[in-house]
Design a protein around this ligand. Structure first.
Ligand code: NAP
Length: 322
């Protein structure tokens, strides 16, 4: 008998067919996240869950007594309650590698967009404010040959470093808990303590996972260490940053600008004060959102789930559950 699964995210037709070949599928089928109560009801008798956010925790496991494998259609897995999964022997997977290049592209888009004021000046043109003779009012700042500091030089961080170093001749600094000699050699990335990196970088890029250790990693103290000319880019998770402190730093000119793909609360409300600032570019959590990459992620998530349900070790079990 095929294992039963619940799929909370829309997936491409080809992925749906693959899942149907291997499992008895219940598809939520809507773009909006599945309401919690509905999730609890629809997982009551499944062995597998394909999801992408929403808490995966002890309460869910108490309802879903047969659940054996949870596959997330994302590389980040801060929605997993890892101790609860470990305790119950539930396999948890994610989708690393296939999205690295797309996310790195978006980081560069935010660096270039904030530095050269692309969104702000697009509005300027559309609003008919462009006049002959405009000059210094349109100036931005260079990305090429500047210094980028990457906090979290992992899979995606390395793809950013490669672009920065070889595409834009940037000086690349990084901070991790552990050093990466291979990246230092291949990418010319120089290790710095967090405080050194913050003080030296023209562009500070945050790319760590959200963990108890990285929650609010960038707060008032860290923002104060940055140069007043620094541009801050966050494509990791909103909760890695103290958003109130970031707002204040942008309002007071303690830093120059920010490019943000992620927020404390998503979707962020249109009235949020961050969105009233011309020196902020805000995006709706689209780091990996290209058609090809999202297809690859969906297929990988499906393959991870099927492997786990068929008794094989899925290729992408999250590190803490290996
Ligand atoms: P990864 O390969 O695991 O890299 C994470 C890096 O962060 C590692 O190099 C790790 O190095 C470092 N790190 C972890 N904890 C740290 C700490 N406390 N202080 C300093 N550095 C720390 O992960 P990835 O695939 O690059 O993805 C990173 C994150 O990006 C994901 O977890 C996800 O939250 C986010 N993301 C967002 C989007 C989006 O759409 N906006 C898309 C994809 C990913 P050490 O272990 O040596 O510290």
């Amino acid at each position: 008998m095929k294992p039963r699964i619940f799929v909370t995210r829309p997936v491409p037709a080809e992925v749906e067919s693959y899942l149907q070949e291997h499992c008895e599928c219940d598809f939520w089928g809507q773009e909006e996240p599945v309401p919690r109560q509905m999730l609890l009801e629809r997982t009551a008798d499944v062995q597998g869950l394909l999801t992408a956010g929403g808490k995966i925790d002890a309460e869910l496991f108490d309802h879903a007594k047969q659940l054996r494998v949870v596959s997330s259609l994302s590389v980040g897995y801060n929605h997993y309650d890892l101790p609860a999964m470990k305790q119950r022997g539930i396999i948890g997977t994610h989708t690393p590698y296939v999205l690295d290049e797309s996310v790195a592209d978006l980081v560069l888009a935010l660096m270039l967009g904030t530095a050269r004021r692309v969104v702000e000046l697009d509005r300027y043109v559309r609003e008919g404010r462009w006049q002959r003779g405009d000059n210094e009012v349109l100036y931005g700042f260079d990305v090429h040959h500047a210094t980028v500091g990457i906090i979290g030089l992992g899979r995606i961080g390395e793809a950013i470093a490669r672009r920065a170093r070889f595409g834009f001749a940037m000086n690349v600094l990084y901070h991790n808990r552990s050093r990466k000699p291979q990246a230092e050699e291949e990418l010319g990335a120089a290790y710095r303590t967090l405080d050194e990196l913050l003080a030296e970088s023209d562009y500070v890029v945050l790319m760590t996972p959200l963990t108890p250790e990285t929650k609010q990693l960038i707060g008032r103290r860290e923002l104060a260490l940055m140069k007043p000319s620094a541009i801050f880019i966050n494509v990791s998770r909103g909760q890695n940053v103290d958003e109130a402190a970031l707002l204040e730093a942008l309002q007071t000119g303690a830093i120059r600008a920010a490019g943000l793909d992620v927020f404390d609360r998503e979707p962020i409300g249109a009235e949020h004060p961050l969105l009233q600032l011309p020196n902020v570019i805000a995006l709706p959590h689209i780091g990996s959102a290209t058609a090809k990459t999202r297809f690859d992620m969906a297929m990988l998530a499906a393959q991870n789930l099927v492997a786990g349900l068929e008794g094989r070790t899925p290729p992408n079990v999250v590190q803490e559950l290996q």
